[in-house]
Design a binder for this molecule. Structure first.
Ligand code: PLP
Length: 394
């Protein structure tokens, strides 16, 4: 790795996170690790750590992602959450990918092929998110019976997705009831995997008795979704007493606002000082001469910019544990001011070590999903595992 900018990904932490989740929530049979977009940008490399921790199914967005994951693990079942074009049936079969079926015309087209191999199918149900899935009972019932008769299609699962947490809103309960209503003419107990929940509902709501699977996303990447942390710290969100009031108003089903899940983020971002120049009061810095130096000191040029997903809105970086203000940004470089003299090559922390991801999210007023995904693929992922060995993925 020539450029000293990298995201340090700790596979050991991810494995421990899964163990911790399963220890605290042992009531599911299927723990489906959502590894979209290279495992929320941690790198596809971590899938084997997640599996070692106890994830026994994976979910991805697209066939491209599924094939990438399949190269890392030959056996784990992989569900594709988006709809795969049937022009790619050969790749679906070759890579043993579980497909999502969400409408009747797609299923009928699939049935019209002369299949020789078995394809696993999960039915998606739109219980209120209005994104994907069957939204009428008649079509869903027809699909269920067509799949029951199909020789080369195996109805392995059925799922839906919650739009809200249900913690302070009536929509979670609405979606739960809508799912039951839409599936009331089929036999859920005949379908091996029923999965509705995601991280926030795992920790915030009770397991619905007809579900035996849970899709784990942000929680396995180290965010326990405890309302105490999220809501009290993020700008513009509700305080705990306001949540309680709303819960009463909407008569929400049992809700857990906090939890003791000890999961940790496994993602840290570092760079280094590439250049240094001495500046005096009044000197102008950066594009548009946007910053006027206020004190004598140094401008440090750091090897990352908005093309890497980091800009001035991060406000500061840490050099030798000292906060240094980002005074200007470019596509590839940040300009940082400090009065202390540091050597060229000194390591710079952006976040994930002494500066927590929560702190960055609060500064940027975004959540961890956005933060991870905005750190671009140009940033090399340095993967660290249990035995302290490093592998560079660039
Ligand atoms: C269908 C589906 N299930 C589960 C997840 C995981 O969500 P979370 O990270 O909130 O657990 C996602 C995330 O994008 C999703 O789209």
């Amino acid at each position: 790795m020539q450029r000293p900018t990298y995201a340090l990904i700790n596979g050991e932490i991810l494995m421990e996170n899964i163990k911790e989740i399963k220890k605290n929530y042992p009531m599911y049979e299927y723990y489906i690790g959502v590894v979209k977009n290279d495992a929320y940008h941690h790198s596809v490399y971590v899938v084997n750590d997640l599996i070692k921790g106890g994830v026994n199914y994976l979910a991805v967005s697209s066939l491209e992602e599924a094939i990438k994951v399949r190269k890392i693990n030959k056996n784990i079942p992989i569900l594709c959450l988006e709809i795969i074009s049937l022009d790619y049936l050969d790749l679906i079969i070759k890579n043993n990918i579980t497909i999502t079926v969400e409408r009747l015309d797609y299923l009928k087209k699939l049935l019209s092929y002369n299949l020789e191999d078995l394809i696993k199918v999960h039915l998606a149900v739109d219980s209120g998110m209005h994104r994907l899935g069957f939204d009428n009972k008649k079509d869903l019932t027809t699909a269920f019976y067509l799949l029951k008769e199909a020789k080369h299609l195996f109805l392995e699962g059925i799922y839906s997705h919650f739009a809200t947490s249900g913690i302070a809103d009536p929509y979670y309960d609405y979606q739960l009831n809508k799912f039951l209503e839409l599936t009331s003419n089929i036999y859920l107990e005949e379908i091996p995997i029923v999965h509705l929940g995601r991280s926030i509902t795992l920790v915030g709501k009770e397991k619905p008795n007809f579900c035996n699977g849970i899709r784990l996303g942000i929680v396995m990447y180290g965010f326990n979704q405890s309302r105490k942390i999220d809501y009290d710290s993020l700008k513009g969100k509700y305080q705990l007493w306001q949540i309680r009031k709303k819960r009463q108003k909407y008569n929400c089903s049992i809700t857990h606002l906090t939890n003791n899940l000890k999961v940790k983020p496994a993602f840290a971002l570092y760079s280094a000082i590439m250049s240094r120049r001495k500046v005096k009061v009044g000197d102008l810095v950066g594009y548009g001469a946007c910053y006027k130096v206020k004190y004598p000191g140094y401008i440090y040029t750091i090897c990352l910019g908005y093309a890497d997903g980091v800009d001035k809105s991060f406000e500061y970086v840490l050099i030798n544990s000292q906060k240094c203000q980002i005074v200007a940004d470019c596509m590839d470089m940040l300009l940082v001011f400090a009065q202390i003299k540091y050597e060229i090559g000194t390591k710079v922390e952006i976040f994930g070590g002494e500066r927590s991801i929560y702190d960055v999210c609060q500064t940027l007023n975004i959540n961890a999903y956005h933060l991870f995904n905005q750190i671009s693929n140009r940033v090399t992922r340095v993967y660290v595992n249990k035995n302290k060995s490093k592998e560079i993925i660039g």
